[in-house]
Design a protein around this ligand. Sequence first.
Ligand code: RAT
Ligand code: ZN
Length: 437
Amino acid sequence: TLPATACELRNSVQRIVNETPVWDLHTHLYPPTFGTPLAGTGRQAADPRGLMLWGIDELLTYHYLVAEVFRVVPSRRFAYKDFWNLSKQEQADHIWKHLFLERSPVSEACRGVLTTLKMLGLDPAERDLNVHRAWFAEQNADEHINRVMEVSGVSRITMTNDVFDDNERERWLSDGSLGTDSRFVPVLRFDKLLCDWQAAAKQLAGWGFSVGLTINQKTIAGVRRFLEEWIDRTGAVYCAVSLPPTYYYSGSDDPDPGNIIFRQAVLPLLAERNLPMAMMIGVTRATNPRLKVAGDSVGQADVSSVAQLCADFPNNRFLVTLLSRENQHELAVTARKFDNLMPFGCWWFLNNPSLIEEITRMRMELLGTSFAPQHSDARVLEQLVYKWSHSRTIIANVLADKYADLATAGWPVSEDEVRRDAKLLLHDNFADFVAGK
Ligand code: RAT
Ligand code: ZN
């Protein structure tokens, strides 16, 4: 049995949660085989369009921080296009100067850079960026991944492999072994298929799949072949889309072309392959297109559509995260109704301590341990460090409160029981859901 005083209990739970390996179920990270703009000391040459992002300049130009720097150096003083015309290093210098040196870096995304530097063994108080740059330039990209995984306690990293991204697609087509780095797990992502059928159909046809704009049996068969080919090529463990707040599914006669494709091609194929479908709902793309990838915003989603899908497709499993805070309670309640629904993560604008705390506590009260509390959404390798460190602290805190309540009710927990629960939350719930257990 764990120590009785509240403070000792909290420390033990924190230690155990920190020691529990995480399967990060949604990131935008890649191994070096996908190319990297920062060569480090590896044998690989720098590839400016490479997908593996790492190092201090990438950390500082994270799109969360791009949005934040325009709050303090507004576009009326420094035009968007002038920012985008800067080199990566100049953008990083601009962000460092205005968000870290000229005011205190108190936002979550700023704080994250400092936690990351500290946990990697660098001096977070160092004001000279070139000192950090020199350290990163001396790392070997491939070994650095192992180190970051160790420091962050992440045992597996799930990728996002967007089949409609030409840069990524061409890499898969020219290298059949891209999916074989055991640290990285592939996921097939295809937003366009559901959100913009016209554009998707044109591209599929161009790639040699017999699909037309009208959705008939031939088109459905063509989409299925396309998905099968890419599931096989990547070895995806689930498929994924992100959807706008306006996403609506009304049932088996829903006429929206994306929904017909979803219903007749995607979901039946995934059921056959025993693969879950991830839906990330609530992003309004390009609210401010001049901010590029930093310009997306949030809106409330229709949770009844999620419930309808879970009801209509009992042989499918749905991993769902919603971007709006206001949707969180309804999603947790919906998960009580459907065992083929796994709520996951505190996504993007929700990945802030106050909201992670609120959402995790609420989920635990409604769902016990049967959810996946967090994913990192890391785009830059080292972000694993801060995202997991900050989230682990909160998850452990919530757990400790619940164990204290149980102790009051006469049910003290043992160290092994805490370890088991932490493993469920950080690894097994997702792993079992993917495995169809
Ligand atoms: O969190 C993010 O970095 C977003 O830009 C998106 O990548 C989002 O998570 C997504 O997967 O669409
Ligand atoms: Zn993402």
